[in-house]
Write a protein that binds this ligand. Structure first.
Ligand code: DGY
Length: 328
């Protein structure tokens, strides 16, 4: 028998199919909320395959509680910064993540939604209208900025970056520049994209969008110095991981109008929206930001795709086949 524990019910047909397999027992945390740490530690005991969400930190302690029976951590996320991969590797535990073209397309759409909503000041205008403040047409009311013909700087030219570039280059005539650890000739060819250093990219872009994993090298990739390089009229979009941006530095830059705005789906001390709550600046009070609660991949299509990938990884592992998204 293979015992699988899922830390929260996940949507999608694939999980129903997995349940039909012989020789497996699936247990899942019953409540539709984040599993409390104590409960997690109790429930992982003797489990062979653990399916955590990004809300669960899977560290040495969890692996200790699980014991030697734990053979696989099949993460229900694309980013896997919630798992101590080195510790898992030491113990011979397989770790997988759940990337898919579908999820990347969903995140790309969300990033574009933030870009357009910021540029056309949609949220500010909605709040104003709902408050009954609209008293008549005014040529200067919520003056925004078109994105047509602007320069988009993509930091991390992977699948999500390509999804954004494809739509905005073809649909809005946006000029694409990018930076990454390596040049990407295919990306350059497809979107006429130009490779830049990060400094050049920050100086030249009207819109900067972040698509890097959270690593020691990407923590605070965007901080005071980097924000100072950006144009006063530019906007920053972060749908990657909160700590990639130094949140306090960003709050200061936004307050001083050093950059025009930010669209954020992730936060440095998530789920807290402000790490620096004691500071006199607060992200939530700023009108030039749009905040979404880590929902960039929250579409029916993306969630189903994520489940399907997790199930594929688990099935391959059980069947002794090549595991599609093996990290270690
Ligand atoms: C991921 O998969 O890494 C997203 O951030 C959560 O959906």
């Amino acid at each position: 028998m293979t015992k699988i524990f899922i830390t929260r019910a996940i949507p999608g047909q694939a999980i129903k199919e997995l349940k039909k397999r012989k020789g497996i027992i699936i247990d899942a945390y019953e409540k539709d909320q984040q599993i409390p740490r104590k409960e997690l530690l109790k429930r992982v005991k003797g489990v062979n395959i653990l399916v955590p969400l990004l809300t669960e930190t899977i560290d040495k302690e969890v692996m200790d509680w699980a014991g030697a029976e734990l053979k696989m951590i099949a993460n229900y996320t694309v980013g896997f910064d919630n798992v101590n991969v080195d510790e898992a590797k030491k113990r011979g535990i397989v770790v997988t993540n759940a990337p898919s073209q579908q999820t990347s397309e969903s995140v790309a759409e969300h990033a574009i939604a933030l870009i357009l909503a910021l540029s056309h000041r949609i949220v500010e205008a909605d709040t104003f209208t709902r408050a009954g403040k609209y008293k008549g047409w005014d040529p200067n009311l919520f003056l925004g900025s078109d994105i047509m013909g602007k320069t988009l700087g993509i930091i991390g030219a992977g699948r999500i970056g390509a999804g954004i570039a494809r739509r905005l280059h073809a649909g809005f005539g946006i000029k694409i520049i990018y930076t990454d650890t390596h040049r990407n000739p295919e990306f350059e060819k497809m979107f006429g994209a130009k490779f830049k250093t990060q400094t050049q990219l920050l100086k030249e872009s009207d819109i900067v969008t972040l698509h890097v994993p959270l690593l020691p090298t990407t923590k605070h990739l965007i901080s005071t110095k980097e924000l100072k390089l950006m144009k006063k009229t530019s906007i920053l979009i972060n749908t990657s991981r909160g700590p990639v941006v130094d949140e306090l530095a960003l709050i200061k830059a936004l307050s001083k109008k050093q950059i025009a705005g930010a669209g954020l789906d992730v936060y440095e001390c998530e789920p807290a929206i402000d790490c620096n709550i004691k500071d006199k600046f607060e992200l939530r009070k700023l009108s030039n930001v749009i905040l979404t609660p880590h929902t960039a991949s929250s579409t029916i299509q993306a969630r189903q795709a994520m489940t399907a990938v997790v199930v594929k990884n688990i099935s391959a592992f059980i069947d002794g086949k090549k595991i599609p998204n093996k990290i270690v």
